[in-house]
Structures are given as structure tokens and as C-alpha cells.
Write a protein that binds this ligand. Sequence first.
Ligand code: ARG
Length: 471
Amino acid sequence: MADQTHCPQQQCSGKLWGGRFAAQTAASVESFTESISYDWRLYRHDIMGSKAHAKMLAKQGLISGDERDAIIAGLSEIEQDIQAGRFQFRVELEDIHMNIEKALTERIGAAGEKLHTARSRNDQVALDIRLYLRDEAAELDKLLADVQRAFVRQARANLDVIMPGYTHMQRAQPVLLAHHLLAYVEMFGRDRERLADCCKRLNLLPLGAAALAGTGLPIDREFVAQELGFPAVTANSMDTTADRDFALEFLFCLSVTQLHLSRMAEEFVLWSSKEFGFISIGDQYCTGSSIMPQKKNPDIPELIRGKSGRVAGALVSLLMTMKGLPMTYNRDMQEDKEQLFDALDTVKASLSITAELLAHSRFNGGRMQEATHGGFMTATDLADYLVKKNLPFRQAHRVVGEIVALCQERDIELTELGLAELRQFSERIDDDVFAVLSVEGSVNSRVSTGGTAGVRVAEALARAEQQLGIA
Ligand code: ARG
């Protein structure tokens, strides 16, 4: 009856895996190897997975119906205790999986010892992370949509504002502010698609791979998949326990989103400077200086920009962690979680504050309009005008370049040249040229698909509003 009583070694080490150990684990080892301090976050998903597993074990005759019910009830109780902050996590039990399993056995007795049948922590942890990320993806999608809506609302509210469009940070061509804002809506839209695509590979059941080779016990993986809402199971047990591609892809998605936020944040910082004056951020969303009484600083966008470092860092960190690992599970992989959690927290917080920041910012249309004067931003329009009058584009480019040089010399705008002067550069220029040289004319001429003309932007805005459910 040796299997009925606790062997002395196991009592000595107190570990679920303690059978073959003669000495207690060193305290330094426990604190070095533990993950419970952060993977406790997986508790709901760990319990969800264990319940589905127990149902399958009972269906397959590996445990009785009573044992299944006791396991499920015990797990529900544990879940409530964790939720209520009543659960004592123990470092000596390493991780969330063993903390829950041990507590279950302490509460329900022998049935608890059957839960880990045909399962390893290697497939269990893969399951937990996949379930966790699947939920997080849904939440991120909502947050991204909120940010898109905030941009769309500002685009609608500023539909006629014209501003300089920049390349190389130099004034290039006039554009609608709404067009600029809708560019971000596109970026965040792709972020949502990227996440959805990542979820296709994420959304497979790993459980049943066991330690690495599968199991000889008669399990039913498809049943567990169905219970947990996975459309299919993973194909190869070794790949299943070795794989963290899904986490890497997820971190890449997060990195790109934070990068998009960071680019937006950079514009907010720049635009809220006195030099630009394009935007003013509400007082509630700025901070002051401890020494300079006049200061109102854009700390939120600065921090959003700054935090892109740690999100990209998490991606690079996990890439490096994984790069030298032989098949299959290696403990190195425990390092995936802190990176994932930190990146998730950072991106979610950044997205949610961005939606607020946008709603509490005011774009200064007057300043933007002013900035469209100076910088010869309609020079391309003049070249296109000459093209329409049959001058080859390269020649038109040269002619307009010479006109710009003259204006620069005299410190005047293109519109300040008279027709006679313009005609000295090309006979093809007539008095219809002045419509082309105006900033409004320039914007509204850009009717190509995806261009900044008012008609195109109005269409794009209506499309975005419809997609995002804005009435
Ligand atoms: N805490 C571990 C991790 O996060 C769970 C898997 C442990 N597996 C093992 N064979 N030690 O990766």
C-alpha cells in the first residue's frame, strides 16, 4: 500500500514532484525558480482549462463522475478565493499550476490527485497562455476601436481644417487635418487585423501534448477543444510544448501598436509646442513643472512614446530567450510571461489614455491654416498644371523650381507673382493658374483614390464612421 501513504521523501520536500528527492529544495532555489509572483494572473484560465480537462477525463472513464464534480466544485471555490484575495499563494509551490492543484487536493482529497492525469505542466502552461491571450486580444480590439473612434470624431469635428502635410519634417503639400487623423485610423485598423490574424494560430488547443510526446491514456483532445472554444487541436506534441511563436507574434502586434501610438504621441508633443501651436491639450491631461510656474507639459504623449521602448524590448527579449532552445520545453520559456504581461499592461494603458487624450484635445485650425502659407506648398500643383498643358513633367518641375527660386529671392509667395511674370517662365501659363495656386484648390484637386480632396476624405470618414458604429 506504499502508494496510499505519503513517502517520507515527499513529505520532506513537500513538492508535487518530490517523490525522487531526498533533500528539501534550497530557499534560494525556490525564490530563483518561482513564477507564482507573476503567473498567478493566469488563474482563471488555468482553472478553466482544468475543468475542461476533468470533464474529458470523466467522459473517457479515467475518473468517475463524482470525482469530476468534486474537482469542478473545488476549482470553483479556489477561483472565488483567489478573486476575493483570500487565497494564499505559496512560493514553494513554484507556479500557478501547482498552487491550484495542491490547494485542490487539500480541499477535496484524493480526487484532486487525479486531475493531472494525462497532462503535464508543459501543455498546461501553453494552454493557459493561449487562453489568456485570446481574451486579451478581444480586449485590445475594443481599446483599439475606441482609439479609432476618438480619431474619427476629431476628423468629423475638423473636417474643413487645412494644414501643411510634411515630408522630411519640411512643409510639402497642403492636406486636410481630417485626412491626417484618418491615417491613424487606418494604422489602428491594421493593428486590429494583425491581432485577429495572430489569433488564428493562437486559437488551437495544446492540451494533450502532455510532457512532449503525447500520452498512452485514452484522452479526447477534440472534446477538450470544443469545451474551451478552440476550433482545432495542435498537430504535433513536440512542437506544441516547444512553441512560443504565438507569444512572439502577439508581442510583435503589441509592438507595432505601441509604435503607432508613439508616432502619434510625437506629433502631439511637437504640435503642442509654442512653435507649432497646432494643438492644445486639456489641462486635466497635462502636468506642470516643479520649478517653472508657466509650464504645461505634454507628459502623457511623452510617456506613451517612451513606453514603446519597453514593449519592443519585450519582443526582443523573448526572441532572444527562444533563439537557442532545443526541442521541446525548457525552463527558459518561463521567461515569456513577465514580458507578455508587461507589454500588455503598457499597451492597454496607453490605448485607453490615448482615447481620453484625443477627446480632451483641441486642434487649432487657425494656426494650421496660417502654416500653409510660406513654403511654396502648391509648387507641385503648378507643375501638374503645366503637365495638363502638355509640358513633360521633368520640364515642368524645372520651370517651377526656377519660379520658386525667384520668389525666394524676393521673399514672396507664388500667388504674389503676376501673370506677366509667370508667363516669362512659360507661355503655357494663363490666368486660370491662380485657382491652382491656392491652398484650397490644391487640396481639392487631389481626388485620386485615397487622396486628400474634400470629397475623398468625406467618403473615407463616412466609411470609418459606419465601420466603427458612429451614428
Ligand atoms: N512555470 C512553468 C512555466 O511557466 C510551467 C511549466 C513548468 N514545466 C516544467 N517542466 N518545469 O514555464
